[in-house]
Design a protein around this ligand. Structure first.
Ligand SMILES: *[C@@H]1O[C@H](CO)[C@@H](O)[C@H](O)[C@H]1NC(C)=O
Ligand SMILES: *[C@@H]1O[C@H](CO)[C@@H](O)[C@H](O)[C@H]1NC(C)=O
Ligand SMILES: *[C@@H]1O[C@H](CO)[C@@H](O)[C@H](O)[C@H]1NC(C)=O
Ligand SMILES: *[C@@H]1O[C@H](CO)[C@@H](O)[C@H](O)[C@H]1NC(C)=O
Length: 489
């Protein structure tokens, strides 16, 4: 009997130690969230991502779609979630309150009463940058009715107090002809539509969600003063009435504040839905700039500095958690490199999520399983390279070549290096299938890492990554328990 009691005691002790391990972890600055996109050929297993979020003390996520795989891993955690509805679904929900109710039932209500613990859903963002100029007004008619129908459906499910409806707006919904914030107003072509959206947000006590990108200010304008994109004020200032601006983020957000004032909503709450700095794909996109940008931003949050017109605490979702190799690169090659972490959850640069400005590394994803250590490269024995350009075009159309080119991490490769890089990207995207490393005999598989300098030739991950490991770990624990039992009986 005593033995059994001792055994139970030891078991409880082990469990308690595990629990203790679980509650350790960093604290992030209040109001900090992160965008979690999954436009990758091999998305990280959501369980691995959730553990990474916990390890880094991140307590809020913004998702672009209602992904059941991700919901499953958020269930039972205290991580707060904002769920997006993609633009291509707006017309459906605008036209049918029934569809909206079905969506809310399947994608909200069910998870707030989940059998495996609830998902802490607090916001639904209907549409993603629906008024962006590039969309030519395609969603201007459907955005408000879609928001209204989703909102009604949420109220009908008696969740109106818990889950708020908003929409994510691009910073191009407002503008200032002089660049002075005080001249800001909503774009004239959408001013009426915006007025209605504002009225909806106000009535329902929902925040204005805006994406602000100092990197894009720099990217889109050759003459933009680089220092003004960062927060450490090494450039000049811009005087607007009696206010001085030392960085473009403050000026941009206050342009929105002025626009809201003019529209009659001077006190509407503003949440930054996306902000970040990419690390590759452009001459200004690198780890040093990203580190500098985030350090300034996070310190500003920790100091509750806010902006000149909106001093105080800010709520901000960083963009983004990991690199995404399937993102559309029409806006630029940098689009696939917004991750604070690599595609595999590896760390890129020091970032202190607590905003204390310490030079410390974040905690990488744990338990990621890589595919074999093999790469696909240009076969050095091939002499006739006449088919190389078309082979490279094909590889790059189906794999990610955004690290090649001026100012990028692989901009120092020769033609053979370029070809090898392209072939490998294609090969890894295709799960290292031998048939995908042929290119009419131009390509061959090697076991030695062809990476050189800053140019990394990646190996893809197993997208179901942690299953094998989970079984492995369970196995180890079982063996441990058996040994334990044998020893003590
Ligand atoms: C829930 O959301 C997912 C992801 O957008 C979508 O595929 C599914 O159709 C939604 N469910 C309903 C019933 O609308
Ligand atoms: C918007 O219009 C431009 C120019 O007419 C066109 O190139 C582009 O494809 C359009 N985009 C959409 C989303 O309709
Ligand atoms: C190289 O290969 C191309 C395509 O197979 C062929 O048309 C061309 O004649 C070859 N050139 C030489 C020098 O063998
Ligand atoms: C390698 O590829 C990049 C991007 O396509 C290109 O700019 C560069 O000129 C290429 N280098 C050589 C030596 O062909």
């Amino acid at each position: 009997m005593a033995r059994v009691q001792f055994f139970v005691f030891c078991l409880l002790l082990v469990l308690a130690l595990y629990q203790f391990q679980d509650v350790q972890g960093a604290e992030s600055v209040p109001g900090l969230g992160i965008n979690w996109g999954a436009l990758a050929s091999h998305p990280l297993n959501p369980n691995i991502v959730v553990n990474m979020l916990k390890d880094n003390g991140i307590k809020k996520v913004k998702l672009f779609d209602a992904d059941p795989w991700i919901f499953g891993s958020l269930a039972g955690t205290d991580i707060e979630a904002m769920i997006g509805i993609p633009n291509d679904q707006l017309s459906k929900f605008a036209g049918s309150s029934h569809s909206a109710e079905e969506w809310v039932e399947a994608n909200i209500t069910k998870h707030l009463h989940g059998r495996h613990g609830i998902v802490n859903i607090r916001y639904v963002s209907v549409g993603n940058e629906p008024f962006m100029k590039a969309y030519n007004g395609s969603y201007a008619e459907t955005i408000l009715p879609a928001m209204q129908n989703i909102h009604r459906a949420i109220n009908k499910a008696s969740l109106g107090d818990i889950v708020k409806v908003t929409t994510t707006l691009n910073a191009d919904v407002y503008e200032s002809p002089s660049n002075n914030p005080s001249d800001g107003d909503f774009r004239s072509d959408i001013r009426d539509a915006m007025q209605q959206v504002l009225s909806f947000l106000h009535e329902n006590n929902s925040p204005f969600l805006v994406n602000i990108y100092p990197f894009l200010s720099l990217y889109q304008n050759e003459n933009f003063p680089v220092e003004f994109a960062f927060f450490d004020g090494q450039g000049g200032t811009v005087q607007d009435k009696d206010v001085q601006y030392s960085n473009v983020f403050d000026a941009n957000l206050d342009t929105l504040v002025w626009s809201l004032r003019k529209a009659g909503y001077p006190n509407m709450r503003i949440v930054v839905g996306e902000i970040g700095w990419p690390t590759d794909g452009n001459k200004n996109a690198n780890n040093n700039n990203a580190k500098r940008f985030y350090q300034g931003l996070l310190k500003k949050m920790a100091n509750n500095k806010g902006t000149p017109l909106r001093p105080g605490a800010m709520e901000i979702y960083l963009f983004s958690l990991t690199d995404e190799n399937m993102k559309n690169i029409d806006p630029g090659k940098f689009e696939r490199h917004w991750g604070i972490f690599g595609y595999d959850g590896s760390v890129k640069f020091p970032i202190d999520f607590s905003g204390q400005g310490q030079d410390k590394w974040p905690i990488a994803a744990k338990g990621v399983v890589y595919q074999d250590h093999i790469w696909c490269v240009l076969n050095p024995d091939v002499k006739n390279l006449s088919l190389l350009p078309s082979a490279m075009d094909y590889a790059c159309a189906n794999g990610d070549c955004t690290s090649l080119g001026f100012g990028c991490s692989c901009d120092n490769l020769d033609l053979a290096g370029n070809a090898s890089y392209a072939f490998n990207q294609y090969f890894q995207t295709r799960d290292q299938n031998v048939d995908s490393c042929n290119f009419n005999g131009l390509a061959t598989i090697v076991k030695q890492d062809p990476s050189r300098g800053s140019c990394i030739f990646p190996i893809e991950i197993e997208s179901n990554g942690d299953k094998r490991r989970a079984i492995h770990t369970l196995g180890t624990h079982l063996i441990g328990l058996v040994l334990f039992f044998i020893t003590f009986t």
